[in-house]
Design a protein around this ligand. Structure first.
Ligand SMILES: Cc1cc2nc3c(=O)[nH]c(=O)nc-3n(C[C@H](O)[C@H](O)[C@H](O)COP(=O)(O)OP(=O)(O)OC[C@H]3O[C@@H](n4cnc5c(N)ncnc54)[C@H](O)[C@@H]3O)c2cc1C
Length: 372
């Protein structure tokens, strides 16, 4: 390939893009720029379920299906739903052949995609400026600049590449999620381990929900989600202050469920932001976006899947017709926008029902989407 391509961000979108180009023999053409100083510079986040027609398809395009099957946890698809008083409302377990949405730890997925790729760590991008005749110039945090034929913004929710093509910024959904975690749960908290089971446990109340998800190695991530006005000062609150406010918010819920908050370690507050449902932009030669940078949506199990499939598809189109860069990007964007709009509609409606004044909505949504 005669073009020089940079991808900004080594999340699921950027790495899948680079890995599929690598598989097609164009690894040399893409430079991966990542702000983090190393792959393990920060905790990788919770488990991801990869859907058969989305994330798993992307891994197939990268030639990584067998490796994924070896690492993933089909049993992690299990889902138990309780009412706030602790009554079991649903207890779904996957059959032995059920592989529609197996779980994989984010760190494992990252390492799988990284494989032979060469990432330039510690290369935070501050700005991208499209060229008058195509191509784009990247400005780095240290002031240095580089020019590429195509810059792919795969730099997530607070993308620094997005302003090169779109003035739109994410807005608050009205729902805040507070994340905490428990380690070595089978040994240290066996009762909680049994309550959570092999996959996820969810409890839905009025305008609030508690979700616990098992990761590998006995690690559990817990998400407390609730409707609340945006509170920027709360981001600075300490662990015990957040724990107490959550225990007050979930007061009256069954004691075993509240143990998830009593035993949680660090608490991270994440107000949930989204881009508008049909976020598009005027096609801009030299720059495009993938994943959350293009279509940040509520975290209901689609974002990483879409990011990966988009990365794979853009890479495939560039590899199939390496001379016609701009046409390939333009066609890709049309396809991405159409699919992302459908998922943004689904996940936006889903968040309304999962953190809702009527908890029966969450149960009804589960019954609609869960395989029988
Ligand atoms: C709690 C939670 C649970 C979720 N669960 C699921 C799930 O089960 N399934 C699912 O499909 N999705 C899930 N999602 C959504 C998923 O995490 C995102 O949609 C996905 O990570 C997006 O991938 P990305 O590559 O576009 O962006 P990111 O994963 O955000 O990666 C962006 C990368 O760019 C880097 N970067 C950022 N800025 C710069 C810069 N200026 N210069 C250079 N590098 C930069 C970052 O360090 C990062 O490595 C969940 C999200 C949350 C919050």
């Amino acid at each position: 390939m005669r073009h020089r391509i940079a991808v900004v961000g080594s999340g699921p979108a950027g790495l899948t893009f680079a890995r599929v180009l690598h598989r097609h023999g164009y690894g040399h053409a893409v430079t991966i720029l990542e702000r983090d100083s190393a792959p393990d510079a920060r905790p990788p986040g919770g488990t991801l379920d990869l859907h058969a027609g989305l994330g798993q398809l992307a891994l197939e395009k990268a030639g990584l299906t067998a490796d994924f099957q070896a690492l993933s946890r089909p049993e992690g698809q299990a889902m138990r739903i309780l009412s706030p008083d602790g009554t079991v409302l649903r207890d779904w377990r996957p059959g032995p052949e059920e592989r529609a949405n197996p779980e994989i730890d984010r760190g494992q997925l990252r390492d799988l995609l990284l494989g032979p790729l060469d990432v330039r760590w510690g290369r935070g991008v501050t700005q991208v400026v499209p060229g008058a005749r195509g191509g784009a110039r990247i400005v780095f945090a240290d002031g240095r600049q580089e020019t590429y034929d195509l810059v792919v913004g795969a730099d997530g929710a607070s993308s620094r590449v997005r302003p090169a093509v779109s003035p739109v910024t994410p807005h608050y959904t009205g729902v805040t999620s507070v994340e905490t975690s428990l380690d070595d749960v089978d040994r240290r908290h066996p009762d909680l381990a049994r309550l959570i089971g092999d996959g996820s446990l969810a409890v839905y109340g009025v305008n609030r929900a508690l979700v616990a998800q098992r990761n590998s190695g006995g690690h559990v991530k817990v998400y407390a989600q609730f409707r609340a006005p945006l509170d920027r000062q709360a981001a600075d609150a300490g662990t015990e202050t957040i724990r107490s406010s959550l225990l007050a918010l979930f007061d009256g819920w069954a004691a075993p469920v509240l143990e998830l908050l009593h035993h949680g370690t660090a608490f991270i507050r994440r107000p949930l932001y989204v881009l508008p449902v049909s976020h598009t932009w005027p096609h801009t030669p030299g720059v495009t976006l993938l994943g959350d940078a293009a279509h940040l949506m509520p975290p209901l199990g689609a974002g990483a899947n879409l990011a990966m499939l988009e990365g794979a598809e853009l890479a495939e189109s560039l590899a199939t017709d390496p001379d016609d860069l701009d046409d390939a990007v333009r066609a890709f964007e049309e396809r991405m926008w159409a699919r992302a709009t459908r998922w943004a509609q689904l996940t936006t409606a889903g968040l309304e029902r999962l953190v809702s004044p009527d908890p029966a909505q969450a149960l009804a949504l589960f019954d609609e989407v869960q395989p029988s």
